[in-house]
Design a protein around this ligand. Structure first.
Ligand code: ATP
Ligand code: MG
Ligand code: MG
Length: 551
């Protein structure tokens, strides 16, 4: 492979492997189990697991579970399910930062013993005020000069539960004048008398992110610790801990996070949508969560292809949602069987068709895949077509290929029919068409020599299966949600869900199972939803057929 075509992380890895700086690619994906994974996480998953695959390395799944108040096993289980569904392997067991609590505690002791950490009795406000701002020297804590012995004793006190929450913290002793605020004696341990979802009440002091993340990377011998750009300013601290603790030198590299048009990628805000009932749950098909996308009909392939197409950059940008939609169309176009589904049915009586006659018409399941075979569609005297396929006063035949008075079209896989009459109700709505079919025009056996441009979908009235369809639009009506100044909830699209309960499907769909995916010809891609019950078939519209992605 040409090195130019590699992204900047791959280039770095290949240089390191060549120079011998690293002999192995060890990455990790480190979610905090405080919510479900979203499409932004998918980018990081594909990157981390993808690099391990490409360079014969390993990627760990490590739960970054240092904040017990917000974490739960429900989230752990959901994250594991999503990663497996995407098709990635992370070894026998997932790893947990909480498994390193004892080691991290020992690391803290080591820093104290080196005179590089101290117990601060100031309040959170005082500590924050003492840090001042990047252009003003910080104000050292009056507790900064405590002796090593006193610090060890007080840290033991904190650990044994004898101190009130918020009464003291452990801070690294670095540089109160650093222009990088993260280096101004950051807090590394705090008291939290909260049960942890894995360690229960064993600990009442917890390391914070900066004191847990890099050290966990180091414990696992992670060679490439990839994180999003917000952590760039944390890197000097990441390196400082590794140097002072004299542990395996993991290295952090930052890449641009995924921002997606019309989409929120923040677990905190997604949780708010769930808690306030703006959506039906984390797996609502409008949610950008992996579980929501799965239920909506997105496939692992489509998500991976999307991640590969956006690539990795060093600068933040916003990705066009049309690319995500393009990725699922591209995948389903190859794999989904075509069927007929009539979303807005208009009855058609074929007046010269015998009352009880049922003729089976072979229909192609997937024009792009011969192995998908054919099925038989029953054609009968009464059928349904789309309301939108008939106009009482259509424009000239050159501009309107579908039905109108005295116009002819082909019923796909059927016959050519001509509209000879129509029925209107009191409000002027068209309620029924009368057509005549031409027996010489059976699809594949047409001896009439007739040419028609329009081909319509249809279902037999006697055999159709009724269904409910949930059509989704964007959850938000604003494209760039990063730049809004008001509450993001103000930007919700009130029309993000439309339920259509009067859908008629071809009879082959009677046996469709939850998770089955189809292209309804001319309509879009649909998946059978888990809300389906005996007698009530529910579909989600994954995406329409119209592709707005401009390459
Ligand atoms: P959120 O703000 O949604 O909670 P997070 O970064 O706090 O996201 P974590 O569970 O800590 O969530 O993230 C796990 C990994 O996923 C991290 O390495 C993080 O950098 C990455 N990640 C999270 N969001 C994105 C995103 N939008 N684009 C790329 N990577 C992301
Ligand atoms: Mg986080
Ligand atoms: Mg976050």
């Amino acid at each position: 492979e040409n090195r130019e075509s590699l992204n900047f992380i791959e280039q770095m890895i290949e240089e390191d492997l060549e120079s011998g700086k690293n002999s192995m690619v060890q990455t990790r994906f480190p979610p905090e189990p405080n919510g479900y994974l979203h499409i932004g996480h998918a980018k990081s998953i594909v990157l981390n697991f993808g690099l391990a695959e490409k360079y014969n390395g390993k990627c760990n799944l490590r739960f970054d579970d240092t904040n017990p108040a917000k974490e739960s096993t429900e989230y752990v289980d959901a994250i594991i399910e999503d990663i497996k569904w995407l098709g990635y392997e992370y070894g026998d067991e997932p790893l947990f930062t909480s498994d390193y609590f004892e080691t991290l505690y020992q690391y803290a002791l080591k820093l104290i013993q080196k005179g590089k950490a101290y117990i601060d009795d100031q309040s959170a406000e005082e500590i924050s005020a003492g840090k001042t701002n990047p252009s003003t020297p910080g104000i050292p804590s009056p507790f900064r000069t405590r002796s090593i012995e006193e610090n060890l004793a007080l840290f033991e006190e904190m650990k044994s539960g004898n101190c009130e929450e918020g009464s003291r913290v452990l801070r690294a002793k670095i540089d109160m004048d650093s222009p990088n605020m993260h280096m101004r004696d950051p807090i590394i341990y705090r008291i939290k008398k909260v049960d942890h979802h894995r360690t229960g009440d064993k600990w009442c002091i917890y390391p914070n992110y900066d004191f847990a993340h890099g050290q966990s990377d180091s414990i696992e011998h992670v060679t490439y610790s990839l994180c999003t750009l917000e952590f760039r300013d944390h890197k000097p601290l990441y390196d400082w801990f590794i140097k002072e603790l004299e542990i395996f030198p993991s290295e952090q590299t930052e890449f641009a996070r995924l921002n997606l048009g019309y989409t929120i990628v923040s677990k905190r805000k997604l949780l708010q949508l769930v808690e306030e009932g703006k959506v039906t749950g984390w797996d609502d098909p409008r949610m950008p969560t992996i579980s929501g996308l799965r239920r909506r009909g997105y496939t692992p392939n489509s998500i991976k292809n999307f991640a590969h197409k956006i690539g990795v950059a060093r600068r933040d940008g916003i990705t066009d949602i049309a690319l995500l939609e393009h990725s699922i169309r591209e995948d389903l176009n190859k794999t989904a069987n075509r069927v007929f589904g009539i979303l807005d049915p208009l009855k058609v009586v074929i007046t010269n068709w015998p009352e009880d006659k049922v003729e089976m018409m072979p229909a192609v399941n997937n024009p792009g895949d011969e192995t998908a075979g054919t099925r038989e569609m029953p054609l009968t005297r009464e059928i349904y077509i789309e309301q939108g396929d008939f106009l009482e006063n259509p424009p000239s035949p050159k501009k309107w290929y579908r039905l109108g008075p005295d116009r002819e079209v082909r019923l796909k896989y059927g016959y050519i029919v001509k509209c000879v009459d129509f029925v209107k109700d009191a409000d002027g709505n068209i309620t029924e068409l009368h057509c005549e079919y031409d027996p010489e025009t059976r699809s594949g056996h047409d001896t009439s020599g007739k040419k028609v441009k329009g081909t319509l979908g249809w279902v037999s009235a006697d055999h159709a299966v009724s269904a409910e369809i949930r059509q989704y639009d964007r959850l938000f009506k604003t494209e760039n949600l990063n730049t809004i100044e008001d509450d993001f909830l103000n930007h919700l699209n009130p029309d993000s869900l439309t339920v259509n309960k009067s859908v008629l499907l071809e009879p082959s769909l009677a046996s469709a199972q939850v998770g089955d995916q189809f292209q309804f010809e001319r309509q879009g891609y649909f998946i059978v939803d888990g809300d389906t019950t005996e007698g009530n078939l529910v579909f989600n519209r994954t995406v329409t057929l119209r592709d707005n992605w401009k390459k």
